[in-house]
Design a protein around this ligand. Structure first.
Ligand code: ADP
Ligand code: MG
Length: 259
């Protein structure tokens, strides 16, 4: 291939926005010559490379915009430490069909049982499937909404929150909202209803939600929408952290402590 041809090929690839192919063209051409690839094989190799890098970049972008505080994966979740958890349901959820169906997932249970870990892991799986995901705590979202209202930006923020394919709302109920915070959060969830999915983690039984949201009618309407067709996962096993600390004590003292 002449210098002029190579130059033109690079221009064409650039014009087609195949920037990764341009970047690796020289090296891939050399490899193709050395390994005796035919034209078809070379084209396949170059397009595979372009697609592979694009997928990787897209996943990185999705993860970044998701703002996950910690990267917790299903691969590192120990199902044996969560007796009673329906493994098949979790594996099914990891496939992401619930997002297409606009269904919600509610993880209920005591602190330390792995709710945030599971919610994060499902969020990351969804990013890998090129879904638009956003992780936020209940408290963080309520504050963001209150600030947006003060800055006359509320409509835009609620519309933005309605657009995520999946919203992971962590720790709903740990800190009670102000009346305003509760109402604004209600608006976000009402706006998302049947438009997108929400994963909620909470330590509160449904009966206690009024304490957090304030208004009983509003809470009833919210629960009605959120739980409609939702996957409700009750995490009723021992705290993972507690289990780990007890094991540590156990190792040090040599005594067995049942967990
Ligand atoms: P919760 O949100 O229910 O309070 P977390 O998800 O924050 O609990 O879990 C507390 C810690 O224990 C985290 O570091 C988490 O990764 C870990 N953890 C909890 N459950 C498991 C599990 N079954 N397998 C592995 N790590 C776990
Ligand atoms: Mg948590």
């Amino acid at each position: 291939m002449s210098e002029a041809c190579l130059f033109q090929l690079e221009q064409n690839l650039r014009a087609l926005n195949l920037t990764n192919a341009v970047k690796h063209l020289g090296e891939r051409l050399r490899q193709a010559r050395e390994s005796g690839m035919d034209y078809g094989e070379f084209l396949l190799d170059l397009t595979d490379l372009e697609l592979g890098i694009r997928t990787e970049n897209r996943e990185k972008r999705r993860l970044k915009e998701g703002r996950f505080p910690l990267l917790k994966l299903l691969e590192t979740f120990d199902f044996d430490a969560a007796p009673g958890l329906d493994r098949r349901l979790v594996r099914d959820l990891a496939q992401g069909d619930y997002i297409g169906q606009k269904r919600n997932v509610i993880l209920l249970g005591k602190s330390g049982t792995g709710k945030t870990h599971l919610a994060t892991a499902l969020g990351i799986e969804a990013c890998r499937q090129n879904r638009r995901v956003r992780f936020v705590t209940g408290y963080g979202l309520a504050n963001e909404l209150i600030e947006a209202r003060a800055e006359k930006n509320l409509g835009r923020l609620i519309a933005r929150y309605a657009r995520w394919d999946l919203l992971v709302l962590d720790e709903l109920g740990y800190v009670p909202f102000t009346k305003e915070g509760g109402e604004l959060l209600f608006q976000v969830l009402a706006e998302r209803h049947e438009r997108g999915s929400v994963i909620i983690t909470t330590n509160l039984g449904f009966a206690s939600w009024t304490q957090v949201f304030g208004d009983p009618n509003m809470t009833a309407a919210l629960l009605d929408r959120l739980t409609h067709k939702a996957h409700i996962i009750e995490c009723s096993w021992e705290s993972y952290r507690l289990r780990q600390s007890l094991k540590e004590v156990d190792k040090r003292t040599g005594k067995t402590i049942p967990v």
